[in-house]
Every structure is written in C-alpha cells, then in structure tokens.
Design a protein around this ligand. Sequence first.
Ligand SMILES: C[S@@+](CC[C@H](N)C(=O)[O-])C[C@H]1O[C@@H](n2cnc3c(N)ncnc32)[C@H](O)[C@@H]1O
Length: 273
Amino acid sequence: MADAVVFKTLPDVRKYIEHAAAELDRQSRYVPELLRVLDAARDIPDFERLMNDGCRGQRHAGADVFAKMSLREKVLANLITPETTLFRFTEGELEALDREIVPRLQGRKARLLIVPCSLGDEAFTAAAFLLKRGIDFEIHAFDIQPALIESARSGRLSFGFPLEYLDPPGKVAPALLQKIRFEVGNAFALPLQEGVKPFDVVLCRNFIGYFTPEKAQRLVERLASRVAPGGALFLDSFCLDKFPELHKPLTARRAVRVGHRPVYLFPQHLEQP
Ligand SMILES: C[S@@+](CC[C@H](N)C(=O)[O-])C[C@H]1O[C@@H](n2cnc3c(N)ncnc32)[C@H](O)[C@@H]1O
C-alpha cells in the first residue's frame, strides 16, 4: 500500500511525531526516546539508517518486517510498538477464559475480533486455545501496519523471537489460516461492513494503555458496541489499572468484570447505554 505521507526534512518528521504524541500517554518514554534518535540524525536517510540499525520498533517487528515499512510506519512502530508473542496471557486470564468464556462458546462457531493483532501471534494463540477445546471459530484480526498484516497472513509464528534468527518450521497450516482474516485497519475506525454481526469475544490487549484517558475511553466504547449479547470483552490489566474510568462505559452496558481479571462478560440481552 502506498504511503501518502512523505517527509522531506527532519522538522517534518518532528512535526509528525509531536502530532501523533498528542494522542498518546504524556508519560510515554517512547516519544522522547524517538526524538533523541531524530536529534542525532544528520538528515532523513541518516534518521532511517539509525532506526534500521536497531530501535524498539525494529526489534519487535523483526528486521525483515521493519524493512518493509515506510518511514512513517517505522516512526509509528516506535511510538506504538509491534511487541507481541504467543501465549501472552497470565494463568488467571487463561482460567477466566476456560471458566467464563469457553462455556459461552460451546456448540456454535465462535466469532472473535482481535485488534490490534501485530504479527498475528495473539490470533494464533486464540486459535490454538479454541482448537484444544474443540470449539469451531472464525477470527477477524486488524492492525494498522500493512507490513505486520503481511507477515501475519503468511502464518509465520514469531514466538517473540528475533525473526531473522528463526528458521522454519513455525508456520500455521493453510487450513487453519483460512479461519483467520487478517486485515489492515485502524482500531478507531475499523473497516467492518455496516451491519456486520457482533462478536462473541473481542480482544484488545496491550494497546489501550498507550493513549490519553479520553482516547482510551472512546476506543473501549467502540469495542463494547461490537460485543454480541452474552459475549465477552478481553482487555489487559495494565490499561484497566491505569484508567479505572474505563469501567464506566462497560458497566453502563451491564457488563460484569470477572474478579480482578481484565475480562468483562456482557448480558444476554443488551441495552443501549
Ligand atoms: C503492543 S502491539 C499489541 C499486539 C497484540 N494485541 C498483543 O497483545 O500481543 C500494538 C499494536 O498496535 C498497532 N497499532 C498502532 N496504532 C493502531 C491503530 N490506530 N489501529 C490499529 N492498530 C494499531 C501497532 O502496529 C502494534 O502492532
């Protein structure tokens, strides 16, 4: 996909970073870190070379995936990193899945929404989990970075391992990949068709905590509107501890938190808040 944003000078990049940072947590250390790299650069090619030589986004995407990103995408990968890994769930979270969510999915094809999905490991984890429990499923997974989606579609498992040091095997079989639709999409404006059926489980993990409280709340409201009656929203403890106000739009929908787990169960009959 062609990238419409072209930077001509280092001040253009700085302006872009500052604009993006306005929506991010003011405490984020990723912003000043990236600005320090920018300050050290002589010009745009030098800035890109410094990032390619090693930066947070490059480490988490893997050098080969990072190389496919435009300069703007590389900048974004340093502000909101593609960090992901298989089975990135605590024991308590897996227990909540087994006790509270699995019984709700029995006997039908479960529909899952995963956003953002980075290199796909979270979707592959969910698929492995459901396969082991004998639950049929379809997964819709979105990320804003085309290079990450391209990698996810290939079925390559990253294990959180530097991809350039990972030899095959470690690829999800095509028959299983057919059950997972990886698409480029912005979490705040998902490219889902009008009237698309709601999802039994919506996962949004290790993402919301990056933003300002206002932006986080708006996103949770949107995600909650995608949850089917009797479905579940799976967040992460980091964002819920950081933004206790996220509880509000969920309780307004009569969703109930599972103990201290970052999981909300929605009632069978949903009311509009
Ligand atoms: C830390 S990863 C989380 C991946 C996965 N949920 C997990 O927990 O392993 C954050 C991801 O958010 C993606 N991202 C950043 N801004 C986005 C947006 N507006 N919409 C969708 N994805 C976005 C990044 O490309 C990155 O892959």
